[in-house]
Design a protein around this ligand. Structure first.
Ligand SMILES: NC(=O)c1ccc[n+]([C@@H]2O[C@H](COP(=O)([O-])OP(=O)(O)OC[C@H]3O[C@@H](n4cnc5c(N)ncnc54)[C@H](OP(=O)(O)O)[C@@H]3O)[C@@H](O)[C@H]2O)c1
Length: 312
């Protein structure tokens, strides 16, 4: 289905840029929106009509965005205020697709988790503000047929950004140490499950969802790679790629704080130590979502990019 007219908020972002590019490739008219402040790598956006403004600015949404000729809205970086502004002003949208996160679901109560897993309650580790935003959007669907669809990616991996490391962040020092063969201390985490999402594949989900306008409204979809792997496998994949001979040593959080004092450890490991394992079957069945890379392949792709970008 080509020929839709799509507004993509965050069109210079890692996922947003890939969505905008994918929509052009699929034959849609694309209006890309950002503030023009992003300094990270941006994918080729040929064919995207860029409009610069702040999506939180009510005047900009009402006076500029609402006047565009569009039938779908994709918000790659939504805030709760965006839901309200979109509902209030972007009335021509037949579909509003918003990016969320599987961080809303944790801690997981069963594996692999799916869209029926609880996510609305605040827990010590979940991304509760995103739960509140998503709940509000779904309430507007129920009460006023606001045509929302929520796509929830797992941890994003691929070219364009330093991949997650086993300190729980995206610190290139971790991979530099592995490459140099230096000893690396980590919390005991090798048996924890991780399911990354490859950025090109994640972005393709938003583009494919546009082809199933009537099946996606009021629905949540988890998007990711096909299978979870353990953090031990993830680490070994990085070590193999970097030909690393590093010794990996276990340490408590208190010890890690002393060994790596430059890292802010607060809340970092809590999330890393949560199992992440999801079933992507609903997205596959509903709009033909498919994956091209595994978690290991996505990690290699990210590390290749780090080397090419001179970071590693
Ligand atoms: N990182 C992860 O592992 C992970 C996992 C699951 C889900 N997610 C979700 O995935 C999404 C990530 O998207 P991404 O990777 O494309 O983000 P990103 O690379 O950080 O890009 C953000 C984009 O939004 C634009 N932007 C930010 N604030 C704006 C504003 N007020 N008005 C207009 N444009 C604005 C930025 O451009 P300007 O700065 O120039 O405006 C840029 O184009 C987020 O929703 C995140 O919550 C992330």
């Amino acid at each position: 289905m080509s020929g839709r007219k799509v507004i993509v908020f965050g069109a210079t972002g890692e996922i947003g840029g890939r969505i905008a590019r994918g929509c052009v490739k699929a034959g849609h008219k694309v209006f890309g929106i950002s503030r023009g402040k992003n300094t990270r790598e941006v994918v080729e956006l040929e064919g995207v009509e860029m409009i610069y403004g702040d999506k939180s600015d009510e005047n900009f949404i009402r006076d500029t965005v609402a006047k565009l000729d569009y039938d779908a809205v994709i918000n790659s970086v939504p805030k709760i205020e965006d839901v309200e502004l979109c509902h209030k002003y972007l009335k021509k949208a037949e579909n509003v697709i918003q990016c969320s996160s599987t961080g809303t679901f944790v801690p997981l109560r069963y594996f692999p988790a799916d869209e029926n897993h609880p996510w609305r309650e605040k827990t010590p580790v979940n991304f509760y503000p995103q739960s509140v935003r998503d709940a509000r959007a779904l309430e507007l669907w129920k009460t006023e047929k606001f045509p929302i669809t929520i796509l929830r990616p797992t941890n994003i991996i691929g070219a364009g950004r330093v991949p997650l490391e086993l300190w729980g962040g995206r610190d290139i020092e971790f991979y530099k140490k592995l490459k140099a063969g230096e000893t690396v201390h980590i919390a005991p985490c090798e048996n924890i499950l991780l399911q990354s999402g490859f950025n090109d594949d994640l972005a393709s989900a938003f583009v494919k969802a546009l082809d199933a306008p009537d099946k996606i409204r009021g629905e949540i979809f988890v998007i990711s790679t096909k299978k979870a792997i353990t953090l031990g496998t993830y680490l070994q994949t990085a070590m193999d790629y970097l030909h690393s001979k590093s010794e990996i040593k276990h340490a408590s959080v208190e010890e890690l704080m002393k060994i790596y004092p430059h890292i802010t450890w607060t809340n970092r490991l809590d999330f890393l130590l949560e199992h992440m394992s999801f079933d992507i079957g609903k997205a596959e069945r509903t709009f033909g979502y498919s994956t091209t890379k595994s978690g290991q392949e996505g990690l290699v792709s990210a590390l290749e990019w780090c080397e090419k970008a001179g970071l590693l």
